[in-house]
Design a protein around this ligand. Structure first.
Ligand code: TXA
Ligand code: MG
Length: 312
C-alpha cells in the first residue's frame, strides 16, 4: 500500500486524477492548486464549472491556511470533529482560487479520517480537491469497485481502501457568513454540532452547492419515496417489475427487495451500495420506504429525497 500511495502522490503532482477512499465516500482527487488538473476533474465528473469543490488536507492547520478570518467556531468544530466526516466552508485565502470555489469568496475544507486518505494527503503534501468519485448527479461510490464501474479509464489510479464506513457525504457547515449554518446534513448531526457552537436556521439560499440541487445522488431507475403505511397498498397495485428498499421483510409479490437496517448509521453505510444494486436489477421503478421523521434520520432522509426527486 505504501508504494501505491507514493505512486498516487506522484500522479497528483503530475496533474493526474486519483480516486481514493475516505470514511464518507470515495473521492476523485486532483491537485487543488493546479488549474489544469482541476479542469480535467470537472470534465471527468461532468460537473458544471461554477460548482465549488471540497479541498482535503492532512491537518486542520493546513486546511485553515486556505481560509481567512478563521472564526473561533471553526477551531472548535475542527478540534471536535476532525479528522472526520465534516466539511467547513470558510472565507477563502489567496490559496483557494476561483477554479476551486466556483468564483465564490468561500472555500470548503475537510480533514478526512480514513487512513489511506491521510497517507495520501501526507505523501502529496498539499490540498487535494475531491468531489465524490462518480458522474455528476448519480449515486456516490463507497467501494473502489464502484469507482471503477463509474469512471473506468477516466481516472489514472484508484486507491483501494475497503468499504466507506460512514457511507454518505460529509456534513457541510458554512461558517463564512456569521453563525454556523448546516448546508448538507451528514453523519455529524445538528445536535452534535450544537453542543459545540450555535447553529442558525437557513434563510434564503445564499451559497451554491450541488448537494443542494433538488435531484442528486440518484439511481438511473426512477425512484419513489413511499410512507410506511402506504407501502403494502402500492405493492398490491403493481403491474411492472419493481425493486423495493424497505425496513420490513421481503414481499413475494416484488421482484427485487433489499431489507435495510433500523439504525440510521447502519442504513447510511449500506445506502449507496443498495441503490446501485437495485438500479442494476433493471426494474421499472424503485420504491423506497420512507425513514422515520426523526432528527437522527435527517441525513439519510435528505439523500433519499434527492434520489427520489423527479428529473426536470
Ligand atoms: O464526504 C464528502 O464530502 C465527499 C468526500 C470525497 O470528501 N466529497 C463530496 O464532495 O461530497 P462533492 O464535491 O461531491 O460535494 C461537495 C459539496 C458540494 O455540494 C459543493 O458544492 C459544496 O460541497 N461546497 C464545496 N465548496 C463549497 C463552497 N465554497 N461553498 C459552498 N459549498 C461548497
Ligand atoms: Mg457528489
Amino acid at each position: 500500500m505504501k508504494d501505491e500511495v507514493r505512486r498516487a502522490a506522484e500522479v497528483l503532482r503530475a496533474g493526474g486524477l486519483v480516486a481514493f477512499p475516505t470514511e464518507t465516500v470515495y473521492g476523485l482527487g486532483a491537485d487543488a492548486s493546479n488549474p489544469a488538473a482541476v479542469r480535467r476533474l470537472y470534465e471527468v465528473k461532468r460537473r458544471p464549472p461554477d460548482h465549488p469543490v471540497i479541498v482535503h488536507f492532512a491537518s486542520a492547520h493546513e486546511a485553515f491556511e486556505w481560509g481567512r478570518e478563521i472564526p473561533e467556531s471553526a477551531t472548535k468544530l475542527a478540534a471536535k470533529f476532525w479528522p472526520g466526516p465534516m466539511t467547513l466552508v470558510l472565507k477563502r485565502s489567496e490559496k483557494a482560487k476561483d477554479f476551486i470555489t466556483g468564483g465564490q469568496d468561500a472555500v470548503g475544507v475537510r480533514v478526512p479520517s480514513h487512513p489511506v486518505a491521510y497517507a495520501l494527503l501526507v505523501a502529496f503534501g498539499g490540498g487535494i480537491a475531491a468531489p465524490s468519485a462518480n458522474r455528476f448527479g448519480f449515486v456516490s461510490p463507497t467501494t473502489a469497485a464502484h469507482v471503477r464501474a463509474d469512471l473506468g479509464a477516466d481516472v489514472d489510479l484508484v486507491l483501494e481502501g475497503g468499504e466507506s464506513e460512514v457511507g454518505i457525504e460529509s456534513t457541510i457547515v458554512d461558517l463564512s457568513s456569521g453563525p454556523a449554518l448546516i448546508l448538507r446534513p451528514g453523519h455529524v448531526r445538528r445536535a452534535d454540532i450544537e453542543k459545540v457552537v450555535p447553529v442558525r436556521e437557513p434563510t434564503a439560499p445564499s451559497i451554491r452547492h450541488s448537494g443542494g440541487l433538488e435531484r442528486h445522488y440518484s439511481p438511473r431507475t426512477p425512484a419513489r419515496l413511499i410512507p410506511t403505511h402506504a407501502l403494502d397498498r402500492e405493492i398490491s397495485v403493481l403491474k411492472d417489475k419493481v425493486a423495493v428498499l424497505a425496513f420490513s421483510r421481503p414481499d413475494e409479490r416484488v421482484d427485487y427487495w433489499i431489507r435495510m437496517p433500523r439504525d440510521p448509521a447502519d442504513y447510511a453505510r449500506r445506502l449507496y451500495a443498495s441503490l446501485r444494486e437495485l438500479d442494476a436489477a433493471k426494474c421499472h421503478e424503485i420504491l423506497v420506504e420512507a425513514p422515520p421523521e426523526e432528527a437522527r434520520w435527517a441525513a439519510v432522509r435528505d439523500r433519499l429525497e434527492r434520489a427520489c426527486a423527479r428529473a426536470e
